[in-house]
Design a protein around this ligand. Sequence first.
Ligand SMILES: O=C(O)[C@H](O)[C@@H](O)[C@H](O)[C@@H](O)C(=O)O
Ligand SMILES: [Mg+2]
Length: 441
Amino acid sequence: MFPKIKKMRIVPVAGYDGFLLNLSGGHAPWFIRCVVILEDDAGHQGVGEIPSSAGILKGLEQCRSLVEGSRVNDIKQTLNQARLLLARNGREERGRQTFDLRVAVHVITGIESALYDLYGQAVRLPVADLLGQYGRQRDEVEALGYLFLLGDPAKTDLPYPRPENPSDEWDEVRCREALTPEAVANLAKAAYARYGFKDFKLKGGVLRGEEEADCIRALHEAFPEARLTLDPNGAWALDEAVRVLEPIKHLLSYAEDPCGQEESYSGRETMAEFKKRTGLPTATNMIATDFKQLQYAVQLNAVDIPLADCHFWTMQGAVKVGELCNEWGMTWGSHSNNHFDVSLAMMTHVAAACPGEITAIDTHWIWQDGQRITKEPLRIRDGKLAVSGTPGLGIELDEDKLIEAHRLYQGLDVTQRNDAMAMQYLIPGWEFDPKKPALVR
Ligand SMILES: O=C(O)[C@H](O)[C@@H](O)[C@H](O)[C@@H](O)C(=O)O
Ligand SMILES: [Mg+2]
């Protein structure tokens, strides 16, 4: 007989973040997540981590009675019931921010991760071995160096982390303004020295497109062999995207969400047109975020690399996208938002279970490195994450660190991400506009 879930703990947490710029504005000095912890009557603990918002916390509460009392091996029934229950809350939209505002899919993933962690411990198998049709496909997962243009923390009175006792160059540069091609190349060099990345992604949607193209030129000069991509989160109009990226297309491996919804055209239509006009492969975490959208994206030939982040596809859903990519000649990748070390483990197991050639996964971890809520976070070495062979997710929560992160959350007067707040220090009265780079006003 498999153990039963005795208790579901829902713990919103916060960690510190730098002044990372993107189309949504500037990151606050903190980021907010939610940790789902399931305890079974055999004394095991299963964990999951997802973004947090008032809606997500409420959605998790809605599912509590389905989860508590269920057996660890009832995963599919429990998740199916949660899915049906949450569907009664009505249709949801991803929204046009850089981050996904849906509730149900995040809630399901939080529970799914904790359940697979427990189930894996019960059957003595790592989560990667349980996911998808085929289970584990690799023992190491490649990650890319996810770079951001950075605002100057000194222009705010916000408590951004300072480089006290920096252990290396990365600890210093990640806390300083970075708005030029040289500064971006320095970020890449420092990240390479610590993590050994082979590929880099630059978050765009901040400066004028041509200035961001210059940053790519500087990255190429510093790392001529690296696969590079630029992601303005659909900020540019189609013509602008073509104008900006055509001259640097030989330097890019693919373009991530170069354009999006525009006048009467959907983002899938403009991306298809962009591909036709430039011949550049495209990636997205904005216009193919569920299976229906993916179907239309494929029909239109709009996307080569769906970035199926498990937090908003579910873990099994993300692997299913990986299996389809493998069958259909597309390439699987994963998007990320700021996250703690539980998510790092989740994303690693998911990527390990995707068959075929996948592209290096996104992770914001390098911006959070040094903080933790598990006893031993996975480490990025030579640009890679090792897939744990321990049953379950292979991580153990550090209760003291978890409480610390929960206290930080409680001390904040916010329940969800808001990038406009910090941005208003740089441009008074700043407001989000999905078609205007953050510093172009
Ligand atoms: O500012 C950020 O952290 C990013 O813009 C994310 O919100 C975004 O989802 C990004 O990771 C992406 O690839 O679009
Ligand atoms: Mg993106």
